[in-house]
Design a protein around this ligand. Structure first.
Ligand SMILES: N=c1c2ncn([C@@H]3O[C@H](COP(=O)(O)OP(=O)(O)OP(=O)(O)O)[C@@H](O)[C@H]3O)c2ncn1[C@@H]1O[C@H](COP(=O)(O)O)[C@@H](O)[C@H]1O
Length: 219
């Protein structure tokens, strides 16, 4: 559990207590870098007090390189900087979670986005948030339609069918709120979100662009 809710860095910057962080025997604290839009876990590296301070001052990720024994300004040589969008620490202050916006290429160690391996050895994208996972499947149905797939059928039918469904689902959402039944409301909103994502996929609009808009509006 992380102590800070989603706060912009500017808020955290003023309040993060550098000395409250519990550094290990080597003066280091693990920092997990996560895509600020969809929560994809990109990499883990180490920070010390100085690198954390520099990260807070500059709004860009500075780590401590254990192999080179020096501060490491991530992406400084390649131009692929990690811009910090949120910074939180866990409940016992011994781990940092850094929400980053990647400038340029992907920010993990190897440069691949899907760099996490399942326990059985398969490479799989790290778990992002639920909407992103469902959107990924919807786009896959669009690009590689499978037999018997409702989503593939909807996408093949095109705009009229998709937008008619979206309209119907909107009305059902309104009725659910009128009925004031929490279970029904959650189900109808889930239906609506799913159909909105089908429409996004059909119009080649990325869910991340929607997330970006929401992030831009945060205050
Ligand atoms: N999240 C959903 C999802 N939510 C709702 N629905 C479908 O949306 C439809 C909702 O329509 P209605 O409530 O109007 O019910 P209906 O009367 O059966 O629908 P119509 O006959 O009027 O089209 C139902 O058929 C639901 O099954 C969904 N279908 C698919 N998904 C996701 O899409 C992915 C791909 O699924 P396939 O469509 O099976 O490939 C799945 O893994 C899911 O994650």
């Amino acid at each position: 559990m992380f102590a800070f809710p989603t706060q912009p860095l500017t808020t955290v910057q003023q309040s993060i207590p550098l000395d409250r962080i519990r550094y290990n025997d080597q003066g280091l604290v693990p920092a997990i870098a996560q895509d600020y839009l969809d929560g994809t876990v990109l990499m883990m590296a180490w920070m010390n007090r100085d690198s954390l301070q520099k990260t807070l001052e500059t709004g860009e990720c500075w780590y401590w390189s254990r192999s080179r024994q020096e501060l490491w300004h991530k992406g400084a040589t390649s131009g692929h900087l990690q811009k910090v969008r949120s910074l939180r620490y866990d409940c016992d202050s011994d781990c940092l979670l850094v929400g980053i916006e990647q400038i340029g290429d992907i920010a993990c160690h190897t440069g691949e986005r899907s760099c996490f391996h399942q326990i059985d050895g398969q490479i799989q994208p790290p778990p992002a948030d639920t909407l992103s996972q469902v959107f990924e499947i919807i786009c896959d149905r669009r690009d590689r339609p499978t037999e018997g797939s409702y989503t593939a059928q909807l996408l093949a039918a095109g705009d009229n069918k998709i937008l008619k469904k979206l309209g119907e689902e909107t009305a059902e959402v309104v009725m659910a709120f009128k009925d004031d039944d929490p279970e029904q409301i959650a189900g109808e909103v889930a239906d609506w979100i799913y159909h909105a994502m089908v429409a996004l996929a059909h119009h080649q609009v990325d869910l991340r662009d929607v997330y970006r808009k929401l992030q831009q509006r945060r205050r």
